[in-house]
Design a protein around this ligand. Structure first.
Ligand code: NI
Length: 150
């Protein structure tokens, strides 16, 4: 295997402060309290989410990098930070039809970034919600494209 086939990964961490209330209209008030506990409190609560973005791919022979860092920062700034930082997640259209759990926030961020990055670059989005809880959303390997070198 030549070095040009090695895949490298680059991770970058962003901090995002947002509030949410875990509640779904499909459950009764009692069921919501059972499912979400304190997180169902009507006034909501906040988190300082640590969002880790992992991108992978071949190292660019010219720049020596896996991804354009400034481009990644700009993308995350525009698509994620501008939208969710210091926001009430329940008020965002992304959570009209889904509860703003961190699982769903992770999936939402993954989908928003995937579209803005070159195909196959986004490996995972991992979110630390608290010291004890973290969530991760990963790309699922698709059928490999036909290769001439194997
Ligand atoms: Ni919470």
């Amino acid at each position: 295997m030549s070095q040009s086939h090695a895949q490298a990964y680059f991770g970058r961490r962003y901090t995002l402060s947002a509030s949410h209330r875990l509640h779904t209209e499909t459950l009764t008030a009692a069921q919501n309290r059972d499912a979400y506990g304190k997180c169902n409190n009507p006034h909501g609560h906040g988190h300082n989410y640590v969002v880790e973005i992992l991108v992978g791919g071949p190292v660019n022979s010219e720049t020596g990098m896996v991804v354009d860092l400034a481009g990644l920062d700009a993308l995350v700034g525009a698509k994620i930070m501008a939208r969710f930082d210091h926001a009430n997640l329940n008020a965002d259209p992304a959570f009209d039809q889904q509860v703003p759990t961190t699982e769903n926030l992770c999936r939402t961020i993954f989908a928003l970034l995937k579209d803005g990055l070159p195909a196959g670059k986004l490996e995972s989005v991992r979110i630390e919600e608290t010291e004890n809880n973290f969530f991760e959303c990963r790309s699922v390997p698709s059928e490999p494209l036909g290769r001439e070198d194997h």
